[in-house]
Write a protein that binds this ligand. Structure first.
Ligand code: DSN
Length: 418
């Protein structure tokens, strides 16, 4: 009511976006729907505060309460991922990209080799892709996937042995299969590299026990907090204080990473965001979140299976996690056309390159779909079959688009967000 009066235009736009989210099927695997409690913390008066520094070591007065909030978020993060005191937790990074860059700054010198999964194969910009500063300041070494769209640990090992990177990043934005963190650790540690796991996409699955944890193996783990973890936008960096590689390099991981976030990359943390992260982490500690994480995977498997039944070709043949990639090559439509058609019908996905794509990233051969949001809405395997059919009818033009849009609205009305 207050916003409506103060700024009717922004109020109207927010309401339009709420309506759009409510009436469409959000299948972008990096998106989710946060609780009202998370939104309340995010929209709280904590945004009024400046707190440069860390708990007990602030550069501004008035931070006694903020300190408690930050410590609470750190402790909850430790509980969610079942970590001992040897893991240092930094919850101050604004988001995933600056968190990753801050880790590199802490551990690398300009020109050092940074090895990660190539972006068109499902990696991330910040894993050393040439368009990102991470591929410009550091020397990128990029691994890819085999012809079946799978990580090839022997090839990754060969590349690591040959290039001797300083950091190997394990983690992806478009990889539908389980990642073997032990294999990555063996490869990295044998060449004296740090294993950094960017678990952003699968953090919620790891918290729920629906994907193996990287913590027994990694030197550093980064994550965003807004994907499967279902919190506000933000990031967490975890540093393993027992890291042998760090000790060999005489680096105090915790100190180096904290310093890199502040004062090297950032000024004051976003305290409202930290509080919202703490709220989301408390939610992730509940038994219902465990169930949620497993349901995301069950739904993804059901959606993948149904899409395959309908004749779609999926990269790697299916999924073990929350996402899948449809290879549209034999349908004769591009990822962009598919994304646009689906959006018209009320199904929101993102176009994506597929491994060994011959098309451009702007108009690639695939689309990426995931189940975190629809699972939050309460949809189950039965609904995934309906969703698959709606995608099929849209892309193969089996029904007039207006009819599909109606069906999408009806389904969304049964599984309300707000
Ligand atoms: N943009 C995110 C995603 O969609 O996967 C990664 O940061």
């Amino acid at each position: 009511m207050i916003l409506k009066k103060a700024d009717p235009l922004v109020d109207k736009l927010i309401k339009a976006e709420i309506k759009r989210q409510g009436e469409t099927l959000g299948l972008i695997p990096s998106e989710n729907i946060v609780s009202r409690a998370v939104r309340e913390a995010l929209g709280s008066e904590l945004t009024n505060k400046y707190s440069e520094g860390y708990p007990g070591k602030r550069y501004y007065g008035g931070n006694k309460i903020i300190d408690q909030i930050e410590i609470l978020a750190q402790e909850r993060a430790r509980h969610v991922f079942k970590l001992g005191k040897n893991w240092h937790v930094n919850v101050a990074a604004y988001s995933g990209s600056p968190a990753n860059l801050a880790v590199y700054y802490a551990l690398l010198k300009p020109g050092d080799k940074l090895m990660g999964l190539s972006l068109p194969f499902g990696g991330h910009l910040t894993h050393g892709w040439k368009a990102s500063i991470t591929g410009q300041i550091y020397t990128p070494v990029q691994y890819t996937l085999n012809k079946d769209g799978l990580l090839d640990y022997e090839e990754i090992k060969k590349l690591a042995d040959q290039e001797k990177p300083k950091i190997i990043v394990a983690g992806a934005t478009a990889y539908p299969r389980t990642i073997d963190f032990k294999k990555f650790a063996d490869i990295a540690h044998e060449v004296g590299a740090y294993l950094m796991v960017d678990m952003a996409h699968i953090a919620g699955l790891i918290a729920a026990g629906a994907h193996p944890s990287p913590f027994p193996y990694a030197d550093v783990v980064t994550t965003t907090t807004h994907k499967t973890l279902r919190g506000p936008r933000g990031a967490i960096i975890f540093a393993n204080c027992d890291s042998k590689i760090a000790k060999e390099n005489k680096i105090d991981l915790a100190k180096a990473i904290d310093k890199s976030i502040f004062p090297v990359f950032q000024g004051g943390p976003h305290d409202n965001q930290t509080a919202a992260i703490a709220v989301a982490l408390a939610e992730a500690l509940k038994p219902s979140f465990k169930k949620y994480g497993h349901e995301i995977v069950k739904n993804a498997k059901a959606l993948a299976q149904e899409l395959k039944k309908l004749g779609f070709s999926l990269v790697s043949g299916g999924t073990d996690n929350h996402l899948m990639l449809i290879d549209l090559t034999n349908l004769g439509i591009s990822g962009k056309v598919a994304q646009d058609k689906l959006e018209e019908a009320g199904v929101v996905v993102n176009r994506n390159t597929i491994p060994h794509d011959t098309r451009s990233p702007f108009d690639p051969s695939g689309i990426r779909l995931g189940t975190p949001s629809v699972t939050t809405r309460g949809m189950k395997e039965k609904e995934m079959k309906i969703v698959a059919k709606l995608i099929y009818d849209t892309l193969l033009e089996k029904q007039p688009q207006i009819m599909i849009r109606k069906e999408v609205r009806k389904l969304c009305a049964k599984f309300k967000i707000f």
